[in-house]
Design a protein around this ligand. Structure first.
Ligand code: C2E
Ligand code: CA
Ligand code: CA
Ligand code: CA
Length: 280
């Protein structure tokens, strides 16, 4: 194991496997990070193709680590999920997003719609709906401006529980989206039981359009299906003009990806909303 100058721990690292050891350190750091408010929400704009308007954003969590700098979720979400810290972190996320929505509303351009990711563990959290209800009430934001993103695999773990959960969340007035659509194994037959507003086409299908025939066929089918079910469809991971034009021809309404913008700190997202529309 790599020693990082913490000599007092050397004795123990001989016995504990270094993977477990690193996880313990990380868990410890995450607890402190939450208390010290080292987390930050970045917002990745979602652009309506018809108008070029930024209609919303996906909230993406970052950890501003005091030494290592900005950390993406891949470096800490799994541990937060395993240790249960995700529940406290998730509460912080919804509170922060609602505060930010409130501030954006004050700018006078109307509130955009903000999508929040929910992990499998959060989705099974007994007090999740109460938490959301309380935060929405306290901040006074329009729940229709919040969209919750759940992956197919989270939903399919236990369909009966998921249906009940979706109904309760839907009753709060929030929008519901299926994230990474196409990567799971849900059948349409299952999905029809869910009060869904939006399908998000997974980046893995968008990456190789229009060149790859299989991916192009899949994306075409998803957009057509979403339209016939009257669901909104958002394509994620759009990086090129070619991808954008292909999606536009299919009638995909909203796109998100580096082509327009990476996830932005709140202040930059706010400037974007107040200053300009992008060229679609
Ligand atoms: P996701 O929900 O699939 O989010 C999309 C990911 O794709 C984000 O990575 C985003 O930065 C990245 N992305 C967006 N556009 C492009 C593009 O054009 N090209 C490429 N190559 N990538 C693009 P990020 O921010 O690292 O987030 C990773 C995952 O972490 C998310 O995947 C989501 O599952 C999870 N996550 C993020 N924030 C939260 C949170 O607040 N709570 C929970 N539970 N999970 C979160
Ligand atoms: Ca997502
Ligand atoms: Ca996704
Ligand atoms: Ca993903």
């Amino acid at each position: 194991a790599k020693q990082r100058g913490r000599n007092s721990f050397q004795f123990y690292t001989k016995d504990i496997n270094s993977q477990t050891y690193r996880q313990l350190i990380l868990e410890n750091e995450l607890v402190k990070a939450l208390a010290r408010e080292e987390f930050e929400i970045y917002y990745q704009p979602q652009v309506e193709l018809d108008t070029g308007r930024v209609v919303g954003a996906e909230a993406l969590l970052r950890w501003r680590h005091p030494e290592k700098g900005i950390q993406p979720p891949a470096n800490f979400i799994a541990i937060a999920e395993e240790t249960g810290l995700i529940e406290g972190l998730g509460l912080w996320v919804i509170q922060q997003v609602c505060e930010d929505l409130y501030r954006l509303g004050g700018d006078g351009n109307g509130q955009p719609r903000i999508a929040i990711n929910l992990s499998a563990r959060q989705f099974r959290q007994a007090d999740l709906v109460d938490q959301y209800r309380t935060v929405i009430r306290e901040t006074g934001i329009d729940p229709g401006k919040l969209e919750l993103e759940l992956t197919e695999s989270t939903i399919m773990k236990d369909i009966d529980i998921a249906v009940g959960m979706f109904q309760q969340l839907h009753a709060l007035g929030v929008r519901l989206a299926i994230d990474d659509f196409g990567t799971g194994y849900s059948s349409l037959n299952n999905l029809k039981h869910f009060p869904i507003d939006t399908l998000k086409i997974d980046r893995s299908f968008v990456r190789d359009i229009p060149g790859d025939n299989d991916d192009s066929a899949i994306v075409t089918a998803i957009v057509a299906m979403a339209k016939s079910l009257q669901l909104e469809v958002v394509a994620e991971g759009v990086e090129s003009r070619e991808q954008l034009e292909f999606l536009r021809r299919l009638g995909c309404e909203i796109v998100q990806g580096y082509y327009y913008s990476e996830p932005l700190p709140f202040d930059d997202f706010r400037k974007l909303l107040n200053g300009w529309t992008v060229e679609a």
